[in-house]
Design a protein around this ligand. Structure first.
Ligand SMILES: [Zn+2]
Length: 382
């Protein structure tokens, strides 16, 4: 298996490619930041915001999609600094952890109006189980609703400008045409929103789900979008985005980090809301051979905060361990929410595990240790 010569991304990562020097596009995108004139970008941002600012108090200036995490705090802090009057919108996550709820409450105290939209949890659990089994992604309903709900609210409240956080395609690697873009639209969602080719309409008729259950999962119509003039920008295009720095800033404003490093991760300051994230990240590992620890280590390596060798040692310790718990909630309880046992879960994992990446025995069975951890085939080539 081939890895980026600068960071720890493997060739199996979707939408990743290497240049002639073996450097990945996520590293090259990051390096290109040096050429950016951030002062000019800030002026550009002020210009855009100025066009949407409402001075008579008749409506909000913009919609800000937020989860309550470090980046949400950062987005709000910056927009308030710039004199904006935002309406913050949260799409309720799948299995909210108590620390996630406390951070949402803290975020409101930054001084903003806030709306939280919760989709029917009974239907949501059915979708979690269905998409985990059929496309190997428990978080599919979350990928959809974090994009559709803020856009729907923009239409509902007649607020044309949506200010998103970072463009995930930029640092995490993605087609060049999307990394330079500072606008998120329906096409972006369909192409890069992590929907894995599964459409909302595919749900209808499965697991008792009807069209009526899916209102919030639908992107508004083109007519509605045009009537309100909905448009979106990424704040990460205007500020040199860094999750770690955002976390430090957020903490200064009361954001709470997890007392220990989060399971399967290398950090205690991100993905603190949804108990299902451990399952989500584990599936990335069985499909592509890398997990959240690789993302975080690579992020630090690019910024000179960690050597590649140290990062490698850390990801070997933390990446891809069987997700026995997440944010302290045991796997059996997380799965119990959508009526699945650990044994059933393990069978689904086995179906989605890429046997070209993980060792099997002479009978074709995956080789696991007593904690059900897999064995990589290509560990030595990093
Ligand atoms: Zn790289």
């Amino acid at each position: 298996m081939r890895y980026c010569t600068k960071c720890l991304y493997p060739e199996t990562k979707p939408d990743l490619w290497f240049d002639d020097a073996g450097v990945c596009n996520a590293c090259n995108n990051f390096a290109s930041r040096k050429e950016v004139d951030w002062d000019a970008r800030l002026d550009e941002l002020k210009d855009v915001l100025g066009r949407y600012k409402i001075s008579d108090g008749s409506n909000y200036d913009c919609i800000v999609p937020v989860s309550g995490g470090k980046d949400s705090h950062y987005q709000i802090i910056r927009l308030l600094e710039l004199g904006m009057n935002p309406l913050c919108v949260t799409a309720t996550t799948d299995d909210l952890a108590p620390i996630g709820r406390r951070n949402i409450e803290n975020m409101k105290k930054l001084g903003v109006d806030f709306v939280e939209v919760t989709t029917n949890p009974v239907v949501r659990r059915r979708i979690n189980k269905l998409t985990l089994t059929t496309i190997g992604d428990v978080s599919w309903p979350e990928h959809v609703t974090i994009f559709t709900i803020p856009v729907r609210m923009a239409v509902q409240f007649n607020v044309p400008l949506i200010v998103w956080g970072e463009n995930p395609q930029h640092e995490y690697g993605g087609p060049a045409s999307s990394t330079t873009k500072n606008i998120l639209d329906r096409r972006w969602l369909e192409e890069f929103g992590g929907l894995l080719g599964f459409r909302v309409s595919d749900l209808i008729g499965q697991a008792g789900i009807t069209a009526n259950d899916l209102v919030q999962y639908r992107y508004p119509s083109d007519e509605d979008l045009a009537r309100v003039g909905v448009t979106g920008i990424f704040l990460g295009y205007y500020y040199p985005w860094d999750g770690y720095q955002n976390a430090m800033m957020a903490q200064g404003y009361g954001f709470e980090t997890f007392p220990t490093m989060v399971e399967g991760s290398l950090a205690n300051y991100e993905n603190l809301d949804n108990h299902q994230m451990g399952i989500h990240d584990y599936f990335k590992y069985v499909k592509y051979g890398f997990g959240r620890a690789t993302d975080i280590a690579s992020n630090h390596i690019r910024r000179g905060r960690m050597s590649r060798d140290d990062g490698m040692a850390l990801i070997k310790r933390h990446d891809g361990n069987f997700p026995w718990s997440y944010l302290g909630k045991p796997l059996a309880d997380i799965l119990g929410e959508f009526d699945m046992t650990v044994d059933e879960f393990e069978r689904v994992c086995d179906r989605w595990t890429n046997k070209k990446l993980f060792k099997t025995d002479q009978n074709g069975q995956l080789v696991k240790d007593r904690d059900r951890n897999l064995t990589k085939q290509f560990d030595d080539n990093v």
